[in-house]
Design a protein around this ligand. Structure first.
Ligand code: PLP
Length: 370
């Protein structure tokens, strides 16, 4: 039985009549971009994330770009970020004309390691941009402390971590501003591209709202350039259908992860980091396989039809596009090692026990033979 890494058709089948009704409502309203469905979703999202303002945008990528623009970060500025992440963090920093400064990760959590921050701060540093990798919150208290000491902004990238908990708080409500993606692989998935920016700062929220429409103010006036980062009414209406289910889906992901931990724990691999301080939402269930075992395991699972994926095969500081920044192999050893040893296994709320058993058997078979 093949098992996909993730899939949405079961979720959509279960919600079919509500999704169709949302489509009818938007299509007959004629208000297709921004408008009332976006405003409604923004209110619901802000409440769910424990923040004052949510601003719907066109993707998680555009959320980061817009947040950086709205904070006034640009040429001459430096932003510290993690090297083990999707492209959009470092890319957006570079796109606004600032310089990404890559910090190494913690070897057990794979999140930006706060201990490395002091060595990265210069008089050009303006912000710290951690992600909550795989759905596990970054260690925000020490990050916030360093930021406060140096007058830096903290931008939380919550793409993989909507609803995750850090010491009793919800991610996205802790830093100065936070970004979300509703890309179809995320825990709250649109039926296409969508994203959002969260903040408790009303004047920043105004800049974000203007910035997603080119920075336009009344009478075709533009003081600060933005871009075309608008959210569609249709995606917002679909997301409003799905948002009430998110907590239940997250609970299901956590149960699946707990069962994986139990069944895979005895094997020679490392299961994800767990701690009472963190509520992981398992956008990805990622194991670490040492001693060159990752690629053979990946091929073994592939041959059995079990989905898996490498997040991320190349740390960002070693991308050719960032070569001018002067990093080289060995610059960030923890991130480099992790990128050769991590493998994501199938996890999604609708996954059956039989499917999970199939994954576990395939992994067990790789290490122990049958
Ligand atoms: C989050 C994510 C993206 C990007 O989504 P955006 O909304 O465009 O930022 C792309 N690919 C994968 C695998 C992702 O997890």
């Amino acid at each position: 039985m093949p098992v996909p890494l993730t899939e949405l058709t079961r979720q959509h089948a279960a919600l079919e009549s509500e999704l169709r009704a949302a489509f009818e409502e938007v299509s007959t309203s004629g208000q297709l971009i921004l408008g009332p469905h976006v405003r409604r979703f923004e209110k619901e999202l802000a409440a769910a994330c424990g923040v004052q303002h949510a601003v719907g945008v066109s993707s998680g990528n555009d959320a980061i770009l817009l947040a950086l623009l709205a904070l006034g970060i640009g040429p001459g500025d430096e932003v510290i970020t993690t090297s083990l992440a999707y492209l959009h963090l470092a890319e957006s920093i570079a796109r606004v004309g600032a310089t990404p400064v890559f910090a190494d990760i913690h070897p057990r959590t794979f999140n930006l390691d706060p201990e490395t921050l002091p060595g990265k701060i210069t008089d050009k540093t303006r912000a710290i941009l951690p992600t909550h990798i795989f759905g596990l919150p970054a260690d925000l208290d020490p990050i916030q402390k360093v930021a406060a000491e140096h007058g830096l902004k903290v931008i939380e990238d919550c793409d993989m971590a909507i609803g995750a908990g850090y010491r009793g708080r919800v991610v996205g409500s802790i830093g100065d501003v936070a970004t979300l993606s509703f890309y179809p692989t995320k825990n709250l998935a649109a039926l296409g591209d969508a994203g959002a920016v969260l903040t408790n700062d009303a004047s920043l929220a105004d800049r974000l709202r203007r910035g997603r429409v080119h920075g336009l103010e009344k009478n075709f006036l533009v003081r600060d350039l933005g871009g075309a980062f608008r959210l569609d009414g249709l995606q917002a209406a679909f997301l409003s259908v799905k948002l009430p289910h998110l907590a239940g889906w997250t609970q299901r992901r956590r149960e699946l992860a707990e069962r994986y931990n139990k069944l895979l724990g005895p094997l020679p691999l490392t299961t994800p980091f767990e701690s009472e301080d963190y509520e992981h939402v398992y956008n990805q269930y990622v194991v670490r396989v040492r001693s060159g075992g990752r690629e053979p395991l990946r091929l073994h699972l592939d041959a059995l039809g079990v989905g898996s994926r490498v997040y991320y095969p190349r740390p960002l500081h070693l991308q050719p596009c960032f070569e001018p920044l002067g990093y080289h192999p060995g610059s960030l050893p923890v991130a480099e090692k992790a990128s050769s040893e991590l493998l994501a296994l199938p996890i999604f709320p609708e996954m059956t026990r039989e499917e999970q058993d199939e994954v576990v058997d395939a992994v067990r078979d790789f290490f122990l033979g049958d």
